[in-house]
Design a protein around this ligand. Sequence first.
Ligand code: AP5
Length: 215
Amino acid sequence: MHLVLLGPPGAGKGTQAKRLAEKLDLPHISTGDILRNNVKLGTELGKQAKGIMEKGLLVPDDLMAKMLDERFSNPDIKKGFILDGYPRTLPQADCLDRILKDKGLNLDLVIYLDSSDEVIIKRLTGRLVCSKCGANYHVTNMPPKVQGVCDSCQGSLYQRSDDNETTVRKRLEVYKQQVSSLIEHYKNSGKLHTLNADLGAQIVLEQIIELSAKV
Ligand code: AP5
């Protein structure tokens, strides 16, 4: 399975990719997670990306291309993959096509998780993330049992620096500038399916599983 999850910030790309990766035993490739890890480790890429991410802007395509090339040179890719957060621009979609072509691979499915601005802002401004295992919580919709502590691993919970309302709105604006050209790119391939990601996470997961079973 070679699957791409597209969608606005907060649509549930990470949530669905994680669940699907566990179910299908596939690598989950999140460009946001790779970037955040680089920021945490203080790498050159992390230093370049930090300020850009905090402003809700996109990391330049050439840096992303290098990062993706590196990730796709990992042999685990032979099992398949679930790509979350890439591509976000047309040049990135072309870059992915080139990487896959070089490896003799094809995309099987592109799922566009469509969500409304109102839902996204509520989800992201209330999101808490576990610093140890990456589990997601929400201050009101899904609070942890003990405030600030992860239910499953007892790690401390934090709010992502780009999850404040101003930056979330900027991320949405940036996303909307790019999305139509991406949709057009994949519509022509016949592999694109749109799902209503305002629905519950379990319902969306079941719909994705149904689509992937048809591939
Ligand atoms: P990234 O980390 O990819 O952020 P994003 O795209 O803004 O997406 P999120 O992680 O915020 O949301 P998501 O869609 O994964 O939703 P999630 O499952 O977490 O990127 C961060 C930054 O890195 C970018 O802004 C950019 O600067 C840079 N970057 C990354 N990739 C790049 C690229 N390719 N090119 C250039 N720059 C790049 O869910 C959100 C919340 O909602 C969670 O709390 C979850 O529990 C909850 N939730 C999810 N689904 C549901 C549901 N169905 N019902 C109720 N709650 C739900």
